[in-house]
Design a protein around this ligand. Structure first.
Ligand SMILES: Nc1ncnc2c1ncn2[C@@H]1O[C@H](COP(=O)(O)OP(=O)(O)O)[C@@H](O)[C@H]1O
Ligand SMILES: [Mg+2]
Length: 222
């Protein structure tokens, strides 16, 4: 751990080739999150929110600019190194949950640990599921869980490799207001343990829980 922000963007531009036409989804974006900070990024549909989250999470590489992870430039990493850095530093939560329907809650949480010898993983997974209130649902499959329970399994999965940052794309998008509130309260708990959170959303409810809200319009931070 260093004094550098866990994630930072410097002058990031991301362009897509959209059928002969270039779409600039991110335009010269400077951004960082502090340790234990909850930042909410809001903006209309098509403004570049998912693109920004994917670049921050090392799922996608920028056309121009730098992505710094713990102060180190990640844009020069090989695919393999980037995958490793992603696994070490970030966890993801998505609107559609993306749980594997044939696996139990516990197995879903363990999925990101599958490819390495990790003898403590099962205990950590059980602990995380207990912490999100699902200690009695370990062996339930996703279709036996409510939307809010599924999202809490996804949060436990995002935390299994002890990331510095959790990135969430419209985490309350498929949830009613009460259930969305529970998920946001879970984020507040995660934050209190020193993990940084970045959400992208057009849900106003999220901003009330964030330390800082930034707006993105047409790929530019306002
Ligand atoms: N893989 C892609 N190929 C081409 N254009 C894309 C791709 N992904 C996103 N875009 C375009 O980039 C812009 C920003 O998209 P996105 O980041 O998904 O916005 P948001 O999440 O705010 O709705 C949109 O114009 C979208 O059509
Ligand atoms: Mg999106």
């Amino acid at each position: 751990m260093s004094d550098a922000p866990p994630l930072e963007l410097r002058g990031v531009t991301k362009e897509y080739d959209g059928g002969g036409e270039t779409v600039r989804a991110m335009d010269d974006v400077d951004f960082h999150v502090d340790r234990g900070e909850f930042v909410s990024i809001i903006g209309p549909s098509g403004s570049g929110k998912s693109t920004m989250l994917n670049v921050l999470g090392l799922l996608d590489v920028p056309t121009d600019g730098e992505v710094l992870v713990d102060g180190r430039d990640a844009t020069t990493l090989t695919d393999r190194e980037r995958t490793r850095a992603r696994k070490e530093y970030v966890g993801f939560v998505f609107q559609q949950f993306y749980l594997i329907s044939s696996l139990t809650a516990l197995e879903n949480v363990l999925l990101p640990t599958r490819f390495e010898d990790d003898p403590g993983a099962r205990d950590r997974a059980v602990g995380l599921l207990e912490r999100v209130g699902l200690g009695d649902r370990l062996d339930h499959r996703p279709d036996e869980l409510s939307g809010g329970q599924k999202q809490r399994v996804a949060i436990a999965r995002a935390l299994i490799n002890e990331p510095d940052v959790v990135l969430a794309d419209e985490p309350t998008g498929n949830l009613d207001r009460d259930t969305g509130t529970q998920v946001l309260e879970e984020f507040t708990r995660i934050k209190s343990e020193g993990v940084s959170l970045i959400t992208v959303t057009h849900d106003d409810l999220v901003a009330g829980y964030a330390d800082r809200t930034v707006r993105i319009v047409d790929g530019r931070l306002q």
